[in-house]
Design a protein. Structure first.
Length: 249
């Protein structure tokens, strides 16, 4: 996947894109990233990218010319780009795992990062999609872009190294992830559940599914309304609470 990022703060991406999994994914040719500073594309003498809004109001707004010029110089004229152009905006669609899965199927993604008080409204015509990562306000679109890129990249085959890794993550199948344990077997009085060291793979599968279902019911019950429960799921959820407590003894 080829990822292009339009921003006036390209230095913000250096750490996240060149560390850990994203770094290895690029070294292995699974993804490539190009960061475009759209400030040099401003037609003004001093390369201004913002201006005060018509009608008045607090703050400055990003001008359309630098962004249009940068996008067209790097992606071609509107309609030619074979991929999705995404604006990061609190007005966008809530970012969910299902959307991450859809975006992971694309060969090309481009992100336009806003700043200040937002975009000139005409910039929106460039985008195929607007995405919000939550109902709160950030100083710009750079951090949301990093979140989306990370979530999408790890779903590309080969990026995580183990095919099952992403499938076990919270939200991948609509549920929160089951608990994990490692050595030592007993730590500060808390023991690893016996089933996990039994060697019985079917019992481990059942335990993990049960814990995933129950953790979802306790912490994010609304998620259960969005999935189709199997008959096994219904049985696991119906088990008495005291058995749930004994699993962690």
């Amino acid at each position: 996947m080829e990822i292009t990022i339009f921003t006036i703060f390209p230095e913000m991406f250096q750490g996240p894109l060149h560390t850990s999994i994203l770094k290895r994914a690029q070294e292995n040719g699974l993804i490539s990233t190009k960061i475009v500073d759209f400030r040099p594309y401003s037609p003004s003498k001093h390369k201004n990218v913002d201006d005060s809004p018509f009608g008045g109001g607090a703050g400055m707004v990003l001008k359309p010319e630098p962004i249009y010029n940068a996008v067209e110089a790097n992606l071609g004229i509107p309609g030619q780009y074979r991929g999705k152009i995404i604006i990061l905006s609190p007005q966008g669609l809530p970012f969910r795992q299902e959307l991450a899965k859809d975006l992971a199927k694309e060969e090309n993604l481009a992100f336009i990062c806003g700043h200040y008080e937002g975009f000139d409204e005409r910039v929106r015509a460039l985008a195929d999609l607007e995405i919000s990562i939550g109902d709160y306000v950030l100083t710009g679109g750079e951090l949301p872009a990093m979140v989306v890129i990370d979530a999408v990249s790890r779903l590309i085959p080969g990026v995580l190294g183990e095919e099952d890794s992403a499938q076990d993550d919270s939200f991948y199948n609509g549920l929160l992830e089951y608990p994990h344990f490692t050595r030592p077997r007993v730590y500060r009085g808390v023991a690893v559940p016996d089933v996990l060291i039994s060697g019985n793979h079917e019992q481990i599968r059942i335990w993990r599914r049960k814990e995933s279902l129950r953790r979802t019911r306790r912490r994010r019950p609304e998620l259960l309304d969005k999935i189709t429960l199997t008959e096994e799921d219904k049985v696991l959820l119906a088990l008495p609470d005291d058995e749930e407590k004994s699993d962690h003894a």
